[in-house]
Structure formats: C-alpha cells, structure tokens
Design a binder for this molecule. Structure first.
Ligand code: 9MR
Length: 470
C-alpha cells in the first residue's frame, strides 16, 4: 500500500549537530541540549512523521513553539475520543479543545492524527442503551440502532472537521484516524477480541462497520474531489510488543484484509518500560511488514522508574536511541512515530518516572538527544556557493558520496539540476549550474543520494556587476 508522502521537504539538514550528539551518547556523557535553541529538530531527522499527543495547553506559548519545532504531527490526547464530541444534551459539536488543536495544526502546518472513532472507553453510556435507558439487546432491531449510532457518530465527526478546515485531502490537516482502538482481548478468548459493549451487541462485525463507515465518511463524502482516500485508517492497540497479544492482533488484521475491510494501517501504542528489550519493538513491526498495510508507533513513552536519577535519565536516553534506531531501520513501514505527551509532568505515566523527551521547563532530556542520535548518518555531504561568471550568477555545488557503495547523486535547485551516476564511495563531484540572473537571493540546493536520503546546502545572495561589453 502506498501512503501519501509526508508533505515536507528539507530533511537531513543537520547532520553535523547529530554527529556531535551521537558522539556524546557514545561516550555516555549525555548532556541535555537546550530546546530553546535547538541545533537539530527531531522532525528533520526522521523519514516518517514525528507526532506528539497534546491538548490545548500545548497550542500556544513555549509549549506550542516546542511542538512546532520538533514535531510535524499532533494527536488529541483526549478531545477527539467518542464522548468528547457531545455536550450534556447529547448534541454533537466539536469540543473547544479539539477545535484549538486543529486550528493550531492548520496554522503551523502540522498534520493531525485523529484518536479515536470507536472505543470501549470514554464513550457515552447512551450509545449502548435504548431510549428508555435499558441496555441494548442483541435483537435485530437493537443491533440496527447501534449500527446507526456508530454511523451517525463517524459521519458527524467527519462533517464537523471538514466544516472547520475544508474537505479532506484539500488542505485539511487531518490525515489519519484511529478508527478502532484496543479491540484485542488481554486474555485468551477464542476469537481474540475484547468483550466490550460494541462486541456484546454486534460481535466482530462492529470492527468491519467502523472501517467501512469511516472510509465512506472521510474518504468519499467529505473528501475533496480527485483525491485518493486522503485519510489513512488505522487500527490501534497496546501490548503489541508481546507475542500472544500480537498473534491475536495479526489474526484479526488478516481477517479484516481477507474480507476487504478498508484498514490501511496498524498502530502500536508502545507504552513500554526500560526492562523491555527493544528487539520486541522490532518484532512487533516486522510481524506486519509483509501485509498490505502501513504502520505507526502511536503512543510511545518509557518511564525511568522512581526515583528519577541522572543515571536513570541517561539510561532512558540510551533506550530512546535504541528504540528510534529500530524505527529508522523500519522507515519504509512507518507512517509516523508519536510520543504520548510533550513534557514529563503532562504524562499519564508521570508517577512511574519522567517518561517523555522534555523536562517540564521544556529543555531537552537525554531522551530527545537519544532520539536525535538514532538518525543514520547522511549518505551525502553537500556544499554550495554562488559566484559571478561573465556578469551572470553561477551556482557551484560540490557533493561527496559518504555511503559505502557507489551512488547516483542528483542535484536540484531553483536553477535546475544534474545527475551524476556511479559516484564511488568517498568521491566528490563538483559542478556548476548557470543562471540567467545578474542577482539572486540566498537559497538552497538539495542533493539526493540514490536510496532516498536528501541533504540541503545553502548559498548566499549575490549581485553581479554589469557584464563587460563585448
Ligand atoms: O493519556 C490519556 C489520559 O489522559 C486519559 O485519562 C485516559 C483515559 O482513558 O486515556 C489516556 O490515553 C490513552 C489512549 O487514549 C489509548 N491508549 C492508552 C492511553 C493511556 O491510557
């Protein structure tokens, strides 16, 4: 399955800072970099979207600035859950906090990952009751009521979001949604499914219906014309790093795919502890790698345990680095990697010890340094300059292949580009790009090494004196 590429360019621009951070980690003398003056932005080091769960508090001031610097996707931690869409009179409306989050994302150019349409938790009790307040039965009539409630809810959410920011796929920041959350059982039920109210009334069918309604609402009715299913539809669950739960998850995903249910992505919450070997994270992602789905790490956090000591924070930095190395190595399978909160005291696991990447004063923890250091070294180095030749500006670009093998290097700029095939490992190629301009502003060139890594280099503004008359 092809998932739309992230709508950003200019990754891999900060290799030097990453190299410095990587050496710092290698010596295990991890010092906290200042998030107020970050050399490196996490989102620039990752070939997948990097997300964070937020509420309105992170949409302004210093938290808003740090979110915008380091992340390119946000998830509403609580305010897009089923019950958040209803006021006390059961009237559907966008929660003011959800509105603040989508407005913030829209203004700052961030993607929104929706969470969640159908869940056993935080769902109004009346969803599962008759008009007189009795529990719905499994009669055909009551099953129809619950199907219709689910459909009305999903279409209502899609309508409200599209009314606020436009049709999906045409500038609306919402690009993905957890359609069903935590539907897998923690015990050995024969079908592997959680015994929820949804399940009691509708059985496994409720999962198929949630995806079919979501696909119709987000990817047809409220999708912009000429877009191809702009909202990526995820199933999401926890403990997928454990073999037994993952086997139940995989079996359900296989049944859904076999029935033609439009599930696009598999989410791994990854609320883990430092005692878990990161190889388990790799196994979770690898288990779905040959299925026609993308995947996401949806709610990553790793507490240090208590008390929170300097040594524990350094060990956490090493853990974040190892985990992000697992994610980088699986970039082709990952739609996004999200952490479940910005700074430690905002985490639902704060009592277990500082689980996130930022201290409460919003400076970077060793965890952030570790996540940054996980980025592989870039495959190419680039230098660019602008100079005058015969009264016209010429850009001179020098690219060095840093990879182990020969690569094709491809330059692009506002003034055209050039390909060099078979550049040997360690070799540099220099070339000039002519312009017709006598004056150009400062700008950048990018060089893409075969295999995808792209590096940018800046050149300064230049103005040439008039060409000598011939
Ligand atoms: O972080 C959320 C916390 O603030 C809420 O009180 C809680 C309510 O259920 O939900 C937390 O988020 C959960 C997420 O929606 C689904 N996966 C587990 C998360 C942590 O409990």
């Amino acid at each position: 399955m092809t998932v739309p590429a992230a709508r950003r360019a200019g990754r891999w621009t900060t290799s030097i800072a990453i190299g410095v951070l990587a050496s710092a980690l290698a010596l295990s003398a991890v010092t906290a970099a200042s998030a107020a003056d970050p050399e490196t932005r996490l989102k620039d080091t990752a070939p997948f979207r990097v997300g964070v769960a937020i509420d309105q508090r992170e949409t302004s001031g210093d938290p808003g600035r740090v979110v915008t610097e380091h992340f390119d996707q946000v998830t509403a931690e609580n305010h897009m859950k089923p019950d958040a869409w209803y006021d006390g009179q059961r009237t559907l409306r966008i929660h003011p906090q959800a509105a603040a989050i989508v407005d913030f994302a829209d203004e700052r150019g961030l993607d929104v990952y929706g969470h969640t349409l159908v869940w056993h938790n935080q769902t109004p009790a009346w969803f599962f009751q008759t008009a007189s307040g009795q529990p719905l039965s499994t009669s055909d009539a009551d099953r129809s009521i619950l199907r219709e409630r689910m459909r009305t809810h999903i279409f209502g959410v899609a309508r409200l979001l599209s009314e606020r920011d436009g049709l999906f796929g045409a500038g609306n920041p919402l690009t993905a949604f957890d359609v069903v959350n935590e539907v897998i059982s923690d015990g050995p039920e024969a079908d592997g499914l959680r015994r929820s109210e949804w399940y009691r009334v509708l059985g496994e069918e409720f999962i198929d219906l949630a995806f079919r309604y979501a696909d119709e609402a987000f990817n047809e009715t409220y999708a912009a014309p000429d877009t191809d299913r702009p909202v990526v539809l995820f199933i999401n669950d926890y403990s997928t790093e454990w073999d037994a739960k993952r086997a139940r998850y995989l079996a359900l995903v296989d049944r859904l795919l076999a029935r033609g249910v439009p599930v696009d992505g598999v989410g791994h919450q990854f609320h883990v502890s430092m005692s878990l070997n990161v190889a388990a994270l790799a196994r979770a992602i690898d288990a779905f790698a040959d299925r026609p789905v993308t995947q996401a790490v949806t709610e990553f956090d790793v507490p240090t345990g208590t008390p929170v000591t300097t040594a524990a924070l350094d060990a956490q930095g090493a853990y974040y680095r190892a985990a992000f190395e697992v994610f980088h190595a699986r970039k082709d399978h990952l739609y996004s990697v999200s952490v479940w909160g910005l700074n430690d005291s905002r985490s639902w696991r704060a009592a277990d010890g500082a689980p996130l990447m930022f201290f409460d004063d919003l400076t970077a923890k060793p965890a952030l340094v570790g996540a940054l250091a996980a980025a592989p070294a870039p495959a190419v180095a680039v230098a660019a300059s602008s100079r005058c030749v015969g009264g016209r500006v010429v850009l001179v670009v020098t690219s060095t292949n840093l990879a182990d093998a020969a690569k094709t290097l491809q330059t692009s700029s506002a003034f055209g580009g050039r390909d060099f095939s078979d550049v040997a490992s360690g070799r540099s190629v220099a070339h000039a790009l002519s312009t017709r301009a006598v004056s150009i502003p400062a700008g950048g060139v990018t060089v893409t090494a075969e295999g995808g890594a792209t590096v940018s280099a800046l050149y300064p503004a230049v103005t040439c004196s008039a060409a000598a008359p011939r």
